[in-house]
Structure formats: structure tokens, C-alpha cells
Design a protein. Structure first.
Ligand SMILES: Cc1cc2nc3c(=O)[nH]c(=O)nc-3n(C[C@H](O)[C@H](O)[C@H](O)COP(=O)(O)OP(=O)(O)OC[C@H]3O[C@@H](n4cnc5c(N)ncnc54)[C@H](O)[C@@H]3O)c2cc1C
Length: 403
């Protein structure tokens, strides 16, 4: 007798949309679709589902993959020794360092890139040129598509793989493979949560309206923005040679980044994500070393981007050993990394208005959401003026204190 079809793999507020179930289903009965909050979630086709329950057994939100990972990983401040590659990355450019090592060994690198519609999805790179679209942080949930299956095929052909993704995607991959194959290398990153693809799309539409041209390319974490290391860079159809850039705190343009930094637009599960703490699942954890030097001497390299990398496993150590000639590694105390990065200390706090905000990003147009939450996210005029005055007065206060 046929088993009844599965209704739900995990409660919606616990699903991360990692795509394990979609990749695993032997009947291809699961599709990832935009849900009521604008995020990718599994939709089960009851006609196709044979009730095998494989998705229930392996879902990493129901049972975490068991791997050998250090609860006290080695922490390094590090950066790519190639200045051009470092400048083209979000942080210290360490992703490229490890990726080139895998490519040099005949392997394939899987990471999140922009497709031709500028949607963010995982893709494969088999040459240094193909790495380029994967560089830099995209502050939106990436669609992994069928990539876990492609990873398995590559490993079956005895070729090494580097997979980079959010901690929940790395968990999804290990759950799919049901183990830790010797030629698989993974990097997760410190992730305080992901905004929805629907809100990201509305932001792009808004920019196209504002500039009266279509956006040809976008970089959500460009170092070329003159005013700030956290900047957005656009290329428009109206003038492909002209680059438009603006800072993440630009009150007119950058509401997507602001809502992300203030944690309003994140997926519900991100506030209770089980994969934020140590031990981490990735062989290496990539991050920004925001507070490097705040507890010791200032490092002038900081302005060019310094990464924090945690080496969580033996394979992580191997990646580091392969890379010593291509990058600068400085051993730091783990406590310094934890003190300087709230994402390592626990879950992101859910703002009181998060549910209302996310609902509005689905039902309202972008401009209405901006109007409604502008004061909440950027502060009132008076609050902004106070911050400005404090900043202006700081050198004078410091001078008086020193006397
Ligand atoms: C949503 C998000 C939240 C983050 N939150 C934090 C944080 O709280 N604290 C912190 O220190 N660092 C955070 N980071 C990581 C940080 O921004 C850098 O990506 C990281 O330090 C790697 O920098 P890099 O210079 O070594 O590599 P880069 O060249 O910048 O490469 C980034 C790598 O990440 C992958 N990637 C980018 N965007 C996505 C995505 N949306 N989904 C899956 N994979 C992606 C790319 O494929 C690439 O492999 C976050 C990144 C993202 C995407």
C-alpha cells in the first residue's frame, strides 16, 4: 500500500529554505517557491510524493549533521596577498585564495552569484574566470537550485569540491551527502541572517525607476564607494561605462542594506538559527574581522579589508597550509574574534516590528515600505542631528580629556 504524501517537512518558522529536500527527493516532488513572506520554501506535489519520508529523516532543521569540528577553532586575521583580488572581494578576499587552490587541483567551486536576471543563485566555477561572478557578499537568500546534486556528481568523479554558502546551506549539503566525503571542502560564513529575494527584487525595481534605466550589474558590497567601505555599485543600461555608487547608509537609495543591518528583513528562522554558534559546520568560517586591533595595536591594513577565518577541521587546516604563500595569516585569540563579532555570540535579536515589516515588503510597493519605516530604521531628524553633533564634538572632547 502507498504511504500517504508528506504535508510539511518542518514548520514554516523553522525552515531556512536550504533546498536539501528539493535536491534529495527521489521523485522530484519538491519545488522551491516564494512563500507568503517572500522567501524560498519547499512546496510538495502530493501527486508525486510517495511518502518515503527521506526529506523528514534528513532535514537539517530536524536533525543536525554530525561532523568532527573543533569547538575551539584556530582564529586568524588574514587577507589575500594579491591586492587586485582583495579589492574585488567583500572582506580580505580569502574566498578567492581557497577557491584557486581547489581549481589548481582540478576541482570545482560552488558559490552564490548573480544570474542574467540578477537573481542570486548558486553556480559552479571550473576556471579562475568563472569565479568572478561568485565574488562578494549578496545580502539576499541565494537559491541553491540543484547544486547539492552537482556537488555529489563532481565528488563521484573523484574531483575536489569547494562549496561556499550560509551555515544552513552548508548543513543542507552535509545532510544531502549524509557524511563528510574526503574531497569535499566547505566554507560557511558568519551570517546574522538573510533578506528575502522578493524584497531584493523590489529594491532593484525601485533603483531602475529612480535612474530610469535597467540595472545591468550590481555589487552589494563594493569597496569602490568613495564614502564608505560598505557600498553598493551599479552599472546601468543608459550608460554602461558609468559606475553609480552609494553608501549603505544613503537615506534615499539604500533601504535594503539598512533593513538588513537593523535585522528587520531577515528570514524568521535566522533569529533562532541553530548553526550560528561554535562548533561551526564549515571546514573554514569566513567573516569580517571588524574589531581587529581594537583590543591591541591598530592594523593599517584594516581599511583594505581584513578577514576573520576560523579553522574548524583537519580539512580546514589543509586549505590554510595550501594557501600560506597566497595570503597573509596572523594568529589571533579566539576570544578576540568572539568579542568582536556578535554573530559568533548568539542569534540575532528579532526586532518588535519584524513581522509587520516583512508582511509589508510582500503586500506594499517598495516606496510605501520606505515611507512607513524610514524613521524606525534611520532614526528621526532630531536623533540624526544629535549623532552628527556628537561626532563633530568628539575631537574637542578628546582634546579636553587629554589635558
Ligand atoms: C547574508 C550574509 C550575511 C553576512 N553576515 C556577516 C556577519 O554578520 N558578520 C561577518 O563578519 N560577516 C558576515 N558575512 C560575510 C562577509 O560579508 C564576507 O562575505 C566574508 O567575510 C567573505 O569575504 P571574502 O572577502 O573572503 O570573500 P568574497 O569574495 O566576498 O566571497 C564571498 C563568498 O560568499 C558567497 N556568498 C555571497 N553571498 C552569498 C549568499 N547570499 N548566500 C550564499 N553564499 C553567498 C560567495 O559565493 C562567495 O563564495 C555575511 C555574508 C552574507 C552573504
Amino acid at each position: 500500500m502507498k504511504n500517504p504524501p508528506i504535508n510539511e517537512i518542518v514548520a514554516p518558522e523553522k525552515c531556512t529554505g536550504c533546498g536539501l529536500c528539493r535536491n534529495l527527493c527521489p521523485e522530484n516532488a519538491i519545488r522551491m517557491e516564494i512563500d507568503g513572506e517572500g522567501f524560498l520554501s519547499p512546496r510538495i506535489d502530493a501527486e508525486r510524493c510517495v511518502g518515503c519520508r527521506l526529506c523528514l529523516a534528513r532535514c537539517p532543521q530536524r536533525r543536525a549533521p554530525k561532523l568532527e569540528r573543533s569547538p575551539k577553532p584556530e582564529a586568524y586575521a588574514c587577507w589575500n596577498a594579491d591586492n587586485a583580488r582583495r579589492a574585488a572581494s567583500s572582506s580580505g578576499g580569502m574566498f578567492t585564495v581557497y577557491a584557486l587552490q581547489i581549481l589548481a587541483r582540478g576541482g570545482t567551486v560552488f558559490g552564490a552569484g548573480y544570474d542574467e536576471r540578477l537573481d542570486v543563485r548558486h553556480a559552479a566555477a571550473r576556471s579562475p574566470e568563472e569565479l568572478e561572478p561568485l565574488l562578494c557578499s549578496k545580502y539576499v537568500q541565494a537559491d541553491v537550485g540543484p547544486v547539492y546534486r552537482e556537488v555529489k556528481e563532481t565528488l563521484a568523479a573523484d574531483r575536489p569540491v569547494l562549496f561556499v554558502g550560509t551555515p544552513c546551506q552548508v548543513a543542507g549539503l552535509y545532510a544531502f551527502l549524509n557524511g563528510d566525503p574526503p574531497k569535499l571542502y566547505t566554507c560557511d560564513f558568519l551570517c546574522h541572517g538573510v533578506p528575502s529575494p522578493l524584497f531584493y527584487r523590489k529594491w532593484l525595481d525601485h533603483l531602475e525607476k529612480a535612474f530610469k534605466a535597467s540595472v545591468q550589474s550590481v555589487n552589494m558590497r563594493s569597496k569602490e564607494c568613495r564614502r564608505n567601505i560598505m557600498g553598493v555599485k551599479l552599472c546601468l543600461s543608459s550608460d554602461p561605462d558609468r559606475r553609480i555608487d552609494f553608501a549603505w547608509y544613503d537615506k534615499k537609495m539604500e533601504f535594503l542594506g539598512r533593513a538588513f543591518l537593523k535585522n528587520y528583513s531577515l528570514r524568521k528562522r535566522c533569529y533562532t538559527c541553530p548553526y550560528v554558534r561554535l562548533p561551526r559546520l564549515g571546514d573554514v568560517t569566513l567573516a569580517d574581522f571588524w574589531k581587529l586591533g581594537d583590543l591591541g595595536p591598530y592594523n593599517p591594513e584594516k581599511k583594505n579589508g581584513i578577514s576573520l577565518n576560523l579553522i574548524n577541521s583537519e580539512k580546514g587546516k589543509r586549505l590554510l597550509e595550501w594557501s600560506v604563500a597566497e595570503a597573509r595569516f596572523i594568529r589571533r585569540e579566539l576570544s578576540e574574534a568572539v568579542a568582536g563579532n556578535s554573530s559568533l555570540r548568539g542569534n540575532t535579536k528579532e526586532p518588535r516590528l519584524r513581522d509587520a515589516f516583512v508582511r509589508d515588503t510582500v503586500s506594499c510597493d517598495y516606496e510605501t515600505v520606505v515611507r512607513k519605516y524610514h524613521a524606525e530604521l534611520f532614526g528621526t531628524r532630531l536623533a540624526r542631528l544629535k549623532i552628527k553633533m556628537k561626532k563633530l564634538a568628539r575631537p574637542l572632547v578628546n582634546l579636553l580629556r587629554r589635558r
